[in-house]
Design a protein around this ligand. Structure first.
Ligand code: F6P
Length: 441
């Protein structure tokens, strides 16, 4: 069970400096739209969860609310700040960079902001990457482009070398934009800083198109990514309907979590089958997917299948593809496997098949953020700056039950956010597709 201690955010020390934002904050108190800085955002939001927790109202676990503080830890005029982007691309990275630079510059008066290139490599001398001076002029239009102006890379680097670099460059706060592997790296940084008695804030902005970081309503860029994915589902549907016994097969990103496949299929509800890593299925047998598909095509003349890339991995012979630089197992190609098995099954049944396979792959994540994600990125960036200026560290900014909060990194990497097979989202998918609850043998 999550306790108040799990939600406690580390700080570098007392906040003794008046915040330049103070005039905006006087007389604010908690309302429906605002949580005061001394208040808490409750972890549980149902009566039964609150009841079952056994806590009194005052002892209920809650997140520290995000937002500007009246007093801050850092003296902006004497401060240097670093920003780094790590891991795979995600729509909105440039929006977050831009948001951090604008907030630091125009609201706190920080004038020295450094962009470290190509993920954690950017701190390590032997890679020889240059450092970018980030000013409002440099970042003013970067949100119009996908990707990240800083570049990115996967994989760990020695935390001691990174802290050496931060100390050498006199960086007081580091903003780390990355997924779970990156955030684990950020935890190692905070430990290395603390061991040296340092006062460097490490604040994360969680990034994952897979939406697999827990305690965050939704990750930035996710909406843009599933929006892009709908184009492939639409294309698959058009193709499938245009030929006799047409089958449109779409493979979408989503290594361990099928959120993109679920949301894209709900947004473009032409999919008849959605396959995700969280819900195992069988291909063969009278109640398997192949037989169900054959029957559907016989009855309706076409079908659309959307498969998350991590779905059905247990059905594919393991080619020992190894792991990537972040330590993630390289997946077998479920799209090609399904294509082969469907083709064989229809041939064996003597039924014509016109299968079109679409894999939009990286195209769903390399685009600029949509307007919703841009707003979200900007607000995450603003809140990350407020947190760092108030000396918070080893935390990420997130949104929990619609409110911006501080989430300790150990909690954010404690497990993976996944589609619950008995939850509301999967039920919506079953309702929208009409597919059976399971494909048994
Ligand atoms: O982590 C997000 C993600 O886009 C996954 O959906 C996908 O499996 C993976 O990254 C691809 O990683 P890479 O950029 O290393 O090919």
């Amino acid at each position: 069970m999550t306790t108040a201690a799990d939600l406690a955010v580390k700080t570098l020390g007392p906040c003794r400096i008046d915040s330049p934002l103070r005039p905006l904050l006087e007389n604010r108190r908690t309302t429906t739209h605002y949580v005061g800085e001394d208040d808490r955002v409750l972890f549980h939001d149902t009566a039964s969860l609150v009841r079952d927790s056994g806590y009194s109202v005052d002892a209920l676990p809650g997140f520290e609310p995000a937002g500007p503080r009246r007093n801050i830890f850092f003296d902006a005029s004497k401060m240097r700040v670093g920003i780094v982007t790590c891991g795979g691309l995600c729509p909105g990275l440039n929006d977050v960079i831009r948001g951090i630079v604008m907030e630091l510059t125009f609201h706190y008066g920080v004038t020295r902001i450094l962009g470290f290139r190509n993920g954690y490599q950017g701190f390590v001398a032997r890679y020889g990457h240059d450092v970018v001076d980030l000013t409002p002029r440099v970042v003013s239009n970067i949100d119009e482009d996908g990707g990240t102006i800083l570049g990115t890379s996967r994989g760990e680097q020695d935390p001691q070398e990174i802290v050496d670099c931060l100390e050498r460059m006199n960086v007081g706060a580091l903003f780390v934009i990355g997924g779970d592997g990156t955030l684990r790296g950020a935890m190692q940084l905070t430990s290395a800083i603390a061991e040296r008695g340092g006062r460097i804030a490490v604040v994360g902005i969680p990034k994952t198109i897979d939406n697999d970081i827990p305690y965050i309503d939704q990750s930035f860029g996710f909406q843009t990514a599933f929006g892009e994915a709908t184009k492939s589902i639409q294309a698959a549907h058009v193709e499938a309907k245009a030929s006799p016994n047409g089958v449109g097969l779409v493979k979408l990103m989503g290594r361990h979590s099928g959120f993109i496949a679920c949301y894209a299929s709900l947004a473009e509800p032409d999919a008849n089958y959605v396959l995700i890593p969280e819900v195992p299925f069988q291909l063969d047998g009278p109640h398997g997917l192949l037989e169900h598909l054959l029957e559907r095509v016989r009855r309706h003349g076409h079908a659309v299948i959307v498969a998350a890339e991590g779905a059905g991995q247990d059905l594919i012979p393991d080619t020992a593809a190894g792991v990537d630089a972040s330590g993630n197992r390289r997946l077998e190609d479920i799209g090609l496997h399904l294509k082969t098995r469907i083709t064989r099954h229809f041939a064996a049944a003597g039924v014509e098949l016109n299968l079109k396979y679409i894999d939009p792959s990286y195209a769903i994540r390399s685009v600029p953020a949509n307007p919703y994600d841009s707003v979200y990125c900007l607000r995450l960036a603003q809140n990350a700056v407020h947190a760092a200026m108030a000396g918070r560290t080893e935390m990420v900014v997130g949104r929990w039950h619609g409110r911006f909060v501080h989430v300790p990194i150990p909690l954010a990497v404690s497990h993976r956010n996944q589609v619950a097979p008995d939850g509301d989202l999967w039920l919506s998918v079953l309702e929208a597709t009409g597919q059976p609850r399971s494909f048994g043998g």
